[in-house]
Write a protein that binds this ligand. Sequence first.
Ligand code: HEM
Length: 485
Amino acid sequence: MASITDTPYLYACIAVFLLILYRVSPFHPLYGIPGPILFQISELPMIFFVLRGTHHRVVRELHQKYGQALRIGPNTVSFTSLSAITKIYGSSQALEKTSAYDLHLIKGEGLFFIKEKASHIPRRRIWNRSFSKEALEQYQHPIASQVENLVYWLVERTKTNGSIDLVKILPQYAYDSTNSVFFSGTAFHPSLLDSDDKDSIVNEASGYFGAFGFFSHAQPFFHIIKHLPGISTFFKFEAFATEAARRRLEKGSPMRDGISYWLEGEDDQPTLAHKDLPIESATLLIGGSETIGAISTFLFYFLLTNQKWLIALREELDHILPDESFHGTFGILDELPLLNAIIQETLRLGTPMPGLPRLVPKGGITIDGLHFPGGTCVSVPAWTHHTDKRYFPNPYEFNPERWIEGGKFMASRGTILTFGGGPFNCVGSKLAYLQLRILVVLLLLHLDFTLAEGFDPAKFWGGIRNRRATTFLEPLCIKASPRKI
Ligand code: HEM
């Protein structure tokens, strides 16, 4: 039997020991950046908290203890300052993505996964076409139709079951909305709301995105296991996205949907190669739905547990949109101060996200007066920044007023990282705002809501987890009924 003193084991142990020693020694380039010793020597503590879904809270606590620059891995530094946000994500010199974005099995090149700015720019131009002013106007009707289906199911399921869990139903609506806006409804049928997501697509997608979050801290492990037979079932969601792309290409589009903007460029505009549609479809389905599902769940949680804002918002809407059959242009919604302030405050507090990893280029950079060599992984965690009282006084208070000045909504009153920043920021943010506005307005115009008996806000809040995908361990059960005016 092999023993630890056999030569290969001995060498391996010595190598690990020397590596650990190096990582905490003055010879390591990150020596002197404070952080817990276990995080300095290994990725394992971070992996542990990522698996538990609590790393956003842990990193925040560590920043409070150790300060603005924090070593959270052997080669990884987390920052919490506005200057670091500008340097890492926002400036013309914004950093590129790390190899944490290489984690997919699906073939082709996808916007989200492209790490270098030079190759990212042409693909981003193709995507941008599907978020032009004209395109967004075109999406209003399909979005409103999906919200109307949601209204129907909220009432029906309340009637059948006594209450309805928003944690479950809002993501279903979000996937239906992406399917309708981008795929002309061809990605899957029937809609997830109509089938009550019988194939568990929401869970598959959330598990897939969660695996992406986990493996970004254990990349070598991913590159080993991806070759194992049978592992593709783990990536069932990629197969689903590939099928969605195939169906969209086969069935075409009766209307100008989001994907048609990519496939049919005007004049000399470059178009998307069909071989890249599967990977872009995976990004669309998750990027456009998992996020909206989670943020809208937060939004209704905040409104239902802060009745004064719900009442004030109803007043604002009733004043501007007195007719519940309102189906006009949704353009005027951009102007409503409280509606937009409530959405912005939800985006601030509804982002239990990790720092988006970026790579220090060759030659290194200086952030907040500290020099970092090329190859260091750096980030600013959204949750830590959004709950930093230097930038947001009483950070845990849901207070939409912090976004209002002189009676107007002012997004510039604070910097939030919900949509990332700089050249790799969220390409769909304008659509996200549009979807959230239409969702809130139509639900409030059509329905009365109450929280189901026994709802415990503290328990709900304690059950929020993030592994890149946000999950809610506790239900958010409500009763919905047609509005009595
Ligand atoms: C509230 C909703 C949303 C949130 C919170 C959100 C958040 C984000 C964030 C943080 C990033 C940067 C990711 C990174 O650098 O790793 C991102 C990128 C992206 N998002 Fe969103 N997103 C939302 C809605 C949408 C929608 C509706 C779409 C499309 C339909 C979309 C598509 C994308 C894509 C394609 C990227 C990659 C952009 C690039 O690399 O150029 N997102 N999003």
